[in-house]
Design a protein around this ligand. Structure first.
Ligand SMILES: Nc1ncnc2c1ncn2[C@@H]1O[C@H](COP(=O)(O)OP(=O)(O)O)[C@@H](O)[C@H]1O
Ligand SMILES: [Mg+2]
Length: 400
């Protein structure tokens, strides 16, 4: 199988890519052969024994920029699941043109072994996320298909569970029996309470025993909610999940993503191993920040940490919850501290607090008002038919 295709005569770069293609990046590197350079994706695929294995295409050095961008743009349209890297100088004109052509990253001259490996890592991850974002109907039975939405924040009490349960109920209504909500706040999770469920089984049952090996068994451990949503709640006892590893969580989410169109993951505050494992599996990061200055600063630090770890989702959603701009902090102030724009603002609302106490998410009922409207706006980000955006790494990101 050829996981990588490189169009270049640069033996140094070929050597670096070959050296990086081990461990999780393991795969064959195919060097473009032929007297002329490829102009269309079909020409690249025709040289491969198993074209479906192609994940990363590296263009240049030595490929004329215009030709490379034409080929990159054609891949972006025909096969967005293939990540394209372009060898070139990071000058603003090239970066902008490459971004428009759907290039994922620039491979700068002088990039060393570690840099090449890091770029390949991102490219492979991006390819995997794109494969997963393809609608369920278009995927093969065994391919992981669902979108995994991790709801995270550095702090507790900011609305993660409220937002996760509303989003999950809303998604369940748009795709009945296609959504599962997982409570990864394993010690003090309250998804069961938010949905008025009395679950017979919990995450720890799902991770150990036969459910781990058999997805059909796993399905019998889920609790059904009247909206059509399935939920996997946290264990009742705070120490029941002791010893559960990030790998256990990754396996569980992979199993669920292979069966459900949407897997919404509620998390504990901060970046525990479990939350990092969920983020690693996630196609979507949904950040929830409170409107207070310390909360927003904490969120900024969390964004910085994730960027340093190289963790980039396919899509990112920034929610400001409990907003009350009379408290002396404006949306502009918040965005300035965050260094990114806020996608959805949910106002502080008595209806939300009431819905928590009643164990019935707002999107499950008929209560109207500004908070319901904001939650519907958030829901529309997942149900509206949009092509997944491609983006540059932190160094090359243009806009948010
Ligand atoms: N927009 C809002 N307006 C009013 N109360 C809210 C709002 N969002 C959340 N709450 C309340 O804040 C409390 C904590 O919310 P929760 O979703 O459990 O936070 P987390 O999961 O981040 O700890 C709950 O009682 C909830 O009803
Ligand atoms: Mg919570």
């Amino acid at each position: 199988m050829s996981r990588y295709v490189v169009v270049t005569d640069d033996l140094g770069l070929l050597g670096l890519i070959g050296a990086a293609a081990t461990g999780p990046l393991h795969g064959n590197v195919h060097r473009w052969q032929g007297s002329r350079l490829p102009e269309r994706p079909a020409e690249v695929r025709n040289q491969l024994e198993r074209p479906a294995d192609l994940e990363v295409l590296i263009l240049g050095p030595g490929m004329p920029l215009e030709l490379a961008l034409t080929l990159a743009a054609a891949f972006d349209v025909e096969s967005p699941e293939v990540s394209v890297l372009l060898a070139g100088q990071p000058d603003p004109d090239i970066v902008l043109a490459a971004l428009r052509a759907g290039v994922l990253d620039l491979l700068e001259p002088e990039t060393g072994a570690a840099g090449v490996a890091a770029l390949l890592h991102r490219a492979v991850r991006n390819a995997a996320l794109h494969r997963r974002a393809v609608p369920v109907e278009q995927t093969t039975a065994e391919a992981p298909a669902g979108r995994v939405i991790a709801v995270v924040s550095p702090k507790g009490g900011v609305g993660k569970t409220t937002i996760a349960s509303n989003l999950a109920v809303g998604l369940a209504k748009s795709a009945p029996h296609g959504t599962v909500l997982v409570d990864l706040d394993l010690q003090f999770g309250d998804v069961g309470s938010a949905l008025s469920l009395s679950p017979e089984h919990s995450v720890s049952d799902a991770v150990y025993g036969p459910a781990r090996r058999d997805t059909m068994v796993l399905k019998t451990f889920l609790s059904a909610h009247p909206s059509g949503l399935y939920a996997l709640c946290a264990p009742e006892s705070p120490d029941a999940a002791e010893g559960l590893t990030g790998e256990d969580i990754a396996h569980l989410l992979g199993q669920l993503a292979s069966q459900y169109r949407f897997v919404v993951v509620d998390t504990a505050p901060g970046l525990s191993d479990h939350t990092l494992a969920a983020l690693d599996q996630a196609t979507d990061f949904l950040f929830v920040s409170g409107p207070d200055v310390p909360g927003v600063r904490g969120m900024r630090r969390e964004l910085d940490v994730l960027a340093e770890l190289g963790m980039q989702p396919l899509k990112r959603h920034m929610v400001l919850n409990g907003a009350d701009f009379k408290a002396g902090v404006s949306l502009r102030d918040v965005e300035k501290v965050l260094g990114t724009s806020v996608d959805v603002v949910i106002p502080r609302s008595r209806a939300v607090a009431l819905s928590t106490n009643q164990g019935s998410p707002l999107l499950n009922g008929s209560v109207r008002g500004p908070a319901t409207k904001a939650l519907q706006k958030l829901l529309a980000r997942f149900t509206a038919p949009v092509a997944p955006a491609r983006r540059f790494g932190p160094r090359h990101r243009i806009g948010a």
